[in-house]
Design a protein around this ligand. Structure first.
Ligand SMILES: Cc1cc2nc3c(=O)[nH]c(=O)nc-3n(C[C@H](O)[C@H](O)[C@H](O)COP(=O)(O)O)c2cc1C
Length: 326
């Protein structure tokens, strides 16, 4: 492997210095600030917000604006925006930049109906002219790099190469590809043959997203010419994965005591971000992921679901988890 195709190598993207080439994927309903802080603690070079509505920002929706709150320790951070109006996306980009975004990313991959029917998300892959015009407006509006996260295509046909070339001409600083069609959702395997093709064809940096969970996945993508590699679902309940990948080693199951300590730390950050009650509810999404290696029985899973808050859940875990098989 050549020196600069190593995941731990620093890189500069449109003037933004990244410590390494490992990126945390934007995850709706998950990559809140506490999640991003955790990903940074485990070493990722760039964190990402969940997708944020440009219309919500335009109308100064309070919940949306709260999603733009950024803290120095999570930086460098990408703020991902979705929308289909170039003027509103440009305005949202300006606010995101003022809030501290290091990079602004455009969501061109979300296949959820509610988003697609407004012409946003993966629908932009079917209107390349509009997609390019959104990039142009945003690039003109901010001084930070503007990137786009795309899929292979929307429906039926692979259109990523022609779209990516247009986005490059429109001033995008990089594209990230999740090589599945929009209509596939998360089904099937990510087609990283397409990722390699894009990385070879384009001048601009190409990031890869999809099914990355081991050092060999990372090496393959970097050797194919990708500038950076993104990790999403594999890090759910396993934030150690980020550090393991940076050190080039396979992830292993952590002892119960370490897992509980990590969950507590994460909960603490969640509580600071959203208040104790919401943090307790938010944590419930994560129990299944953190506890997967311990194969908790139905009774423990049920008790955790019914726990009033994280302190109660923690007491249950402390008394029962060490006895679970791992
Ligand atoms: C729960 C969930 C939420 C997601 N939310 C977003 C999002 O807000 N923006 C986006 O560009 N991609 C989103 N994605 C796609 C991921 O960023 C990533 O491209 C995809 O999951 C493939 O990578 P992985 O196999 O490493 O998870 C989401 C995926 C999941 C599973």
């Amino acid at each position: 492997m050549t020196g600069n195709s190593h995941i731990g190598t620093a890189t500069i993207l449109g003037g933004v210095k990244l410590e390494n080439r490992l990126l945390q994927a934007p995850l709706a309903g998950i990559s809140v600030r506490a999640f991003r802080l955790q990903a940074r603690r485990y070493g990722v070079g760039l964190t990402a917000t969940e997708m944020i509505s440009s219309h919500g920002i335009h109308y100064r929706n309070r919940r949306t604006l709260r999603m733009l709150e950024i803290e120095p320790p999570e930086r460098p951070v990408t703020v991902q925006l979705f929308g289909s109006r170039p003027d509103i996306m440009a305005e949202a980009a300006r606010l995101a930049e003022a809030a501290g975004a290091d990079i602004i990313d455009i969501n061109m991959g979300c296949p959820v109906r509610k988003v697609v029917k407004t012409g946003a998300g993966v629908a932009l892959m079917e209107d390349e002219r509009l997609a390019a015009s959104i990039v142009e407006s945003m690039v003109a509006a901010v001084s930070v790099p503007v990137t786009a996260k795309i899929r292979s295509g929307a429906r039926g046909t692979v259109t990523a190469p022609s779209l990516a070339r247009r986005l490059e001409a429109a001033g995008a600083a990089a594209v990230c590809i999740h090589p599945r069609l929009g209509e596939q959702g998360r089904k099937g395997a990510a087609d990283h043959g397409l990722t390699a093709h894009l990385a070879a064809e384009l001048e601009l940096p190409v990031f890869a997203s999809g099914d990355v969970s081991s050092p060999s996945d990372v090496d393959r993508l970097l050797e194919a010419g990708c500038a950076a590699v993104m990790v999403g679902q594999a890090a759910l309940g396993n934030p150690w994965l980020f550090r393991d990948l940076l050190q080039g080693r396979e992830s292993h199951v952590r002892p119960a005591v370490e897992v509980i300590a990590e969950m507590s730390r994460f909960h603490e950050d969640l509580a600071a971000e959203m208040g104790g009650e919401r943090a307790g509810r938010f944590m419930r999404k994560f129990y299944g992921w953190y506890l997967r290696p311990f194969r908790p029985d139905a009774e423990l899973r049920d008790s955790l679901r019914r726990a009033a808050g994280f302190s109660e859940a923690r007491r249950l875990l402390e008394s029962q988890l060490p006895a679970c098989s791992s």
